[in-house]
Design a binder for this molecule. Structure first.
Ligand code: AMP
Length: 141
């Protein structure tokens, strides 16, 4: 069975030299928290999907972020017995005060430092991704 593909951006901002990650709470399913991401449309590249979904779900466009094309990580998990692959790139919001606009797919947002972002992310693979991206992000603020 070929996996469902999705792509997104793990976005951080620098507030007083502290890295904060953007987490969105879904308005579907069990209302879990996730970075912006979504399904790859037929014929679309993962990169274009990540940009499109971030625009749709957080109202942030490519030029408002520094996106690190060489810093990415892929998660693999099952949804309803079907494999799903999600690739995330690391991105920095250039203006930390920039407002985030949610779509109907999410009901809340939080900017959180590493430990709190890991706590609400819940899933251990996402916690590890955040840990790894945090190490990189600290060198980029
Ligand atoms: P999502 O992929 O975030 O749209 O979520 C689809 C379903 O997969 C929801 O039930 C989530 O709770 C679950 N899910 C999200 N992320 C993970 C993960 N890293 N590991 C396992 N299940 C997940």
């Amino acid at each position: 069975m070929s996996p469902t593909r999705a792509a997104g951006l793990v976005i951080f901002r620098n507030v007083n030299q502290v890295v904060q990650f953007l987490m969105l709470q879904t308005s579907y399913g069990e209302n879990h928290w996730t970075p912006p991401k979504g399904h790859v449309d037929p014929g679309e590249s993962d990169w274009v999907t990540a940009l499109r979904e971030t625009q749709e779900e957080a109202g942030l466009s490519e030029h408002e972020m520094e996106i690190y094309k060489d810093i990415s990580k892929t998660l693999n998990y099952e949804v309803n017995g079907k494999p799903k692959t999600v690739v995330y790139w690391l991105a920095k919001l250039k203006n930390p005060d920039h407002k985030v606009y949610l779509s109907e797919e999410h009901q809340d947002l939080k900017w959180l430092p590493l430990q709190q972002a890991q706590e609400i992310a819940g899933y251990s693979d996402m916690k590890m991704l955040l840990q790894e991206f945090h190490e990189k992000a600290q060198k980029l603020i």
